[in-house]
Design a protein around this ligand. Structure first.
Ligand SMILES: NC(=O)c1ccc[n+]([C@@H]2O[C@H](COP(=O)([O-])OP(=O)(O)OC[C@H]3O[C@@H](n4cnc5c(N)ncnc54)[C@H](OP(=O)(O)O)[C@@H]3O)[C@@H](O)[C@H]2O)c1
Length: 249
């Protein structure tokens, strides 16, 4: 077992949920560029993720997995570890969005959002941490949450609840792991992706106008923060790092 007085080393094998497109795919590319290995899944594999796997067969493991299917997730982690070696980090990125007032959101949709965005990430973090602890290793966990956890936005009640829940769990997990893992959240503001494509140009213009930095967030602004939380000796632990150009201040 490693000495807990020492800094937790850089991640070497990182699991990325929802690594097929958008921010998740950008994070997968950055992890590869840094020399580490990556195990990424989504329900549907994209040509971009498949191409990365073909280009780096020794450092990438990908599969089509639904995050809410705990047996499929367990099999994925086992296969990833057999191929890449011991997993020591997780980026909990997969999530589904929402674009409906709470009173118009069906109970089934509320349940689906909570299962995908809160229950599944908690179970995935548990599974990864159990593997890290069983091997006497130490690790890093990054939750991708949202400014919606900190400020109110119409049409995102259940979604905001899941992101706030994940931030709260992150803080408690950081304390509970007591030096066995650094656990943090990255909370982006709105950025262009399939998830945010429901926003019209008028809404995007309004968000930009209300953003002190004068520009909308891009995945390229978020990736370096995730990178730092995975690879650098920062001693950041239990923190939510908001990347939104100051829109929420
Ligand atoms: N875009 C924004 O404005 C914004 C703002 C703040 C925070 N965020 C957060 O940033 C993260 C990435 O969002 P994004 O904008 O890049 O979204 P995106 O383009 O919609 O990508 C979401 C990813 O998650 C996967 N996913 C969704 N449900 C899944 C499931 N049940 N099982 C496995 N994979 C699943 C998707 O693939 P499949 O659909 O094929 O499964 C995809 O790979 C999310 O946590 C989101 O909440 C986004």
């Amino acid at each position: 077992m490693s000495d807990t007085n020492e800094p937790i080393g850089a991640a070497t094998v990182v699991v990325v949920s929802g690594g097929s497109r958008g921010l998740g795919l950008a994070i997968v590319s950055d992890i590869l560029a840094s020399g580490a290995s990556v195990a990424a899944f989504a329900r549907t594999l994209t040509p971009e993720l498949t191409a990365l796997a073909s280009a780096h067969p020794d450092r990438v493991h990908v599969a089509s997995v639904d995050a809410t299917d705990r047996h499929a997730v367990a099999a994925f982690l086992k296969a990833a570890e057999a191929r890449l070696g011991p997993i020591d980090a997780l980026v909990n990125n997969a999530a589904v969005g929402q674009d409906s007032l709470h009173v118009h959101t069906s109970p089934d949709d509320i349940a689906r959002i909570i299962e995908t965005n809160l229950t599944a990430p908690l179970l995935l973090a548990r599974a990864v941490l159990r593997r890290i602890l069983a091997k006497g290793n130490r690790g890093r966990i990054v939750m991708v949450t949202s400014v919606c956890a900190q400020r109110g936005y119409s049409g995102l009640v259940a979604y905001s609840a899941t992101k706030g829940g994940l931030d709260s769990a992150m803080r408690t997990l950081a304390r509970e792991m007591h030096g066995r893992a650094l656990v943090n959240s990255v909370a982006p503001g709105f950025f262009a992706s399939e998830m945010s494509s429901v926003l019209g140009q008028t809404q995007l213009d309004t968000i930009t106008r209300r953003t002190p930095s004068g520009r909308l967030v891009e995945p390229e602004n978020i990736v370096p923060i995730v990178h730092t939380l995975l690879f650098d000796d920062t001693n950041l632990n239990g923190q939510v790092i908001t990347v939104d150009g100051g829109a929420s201040i």
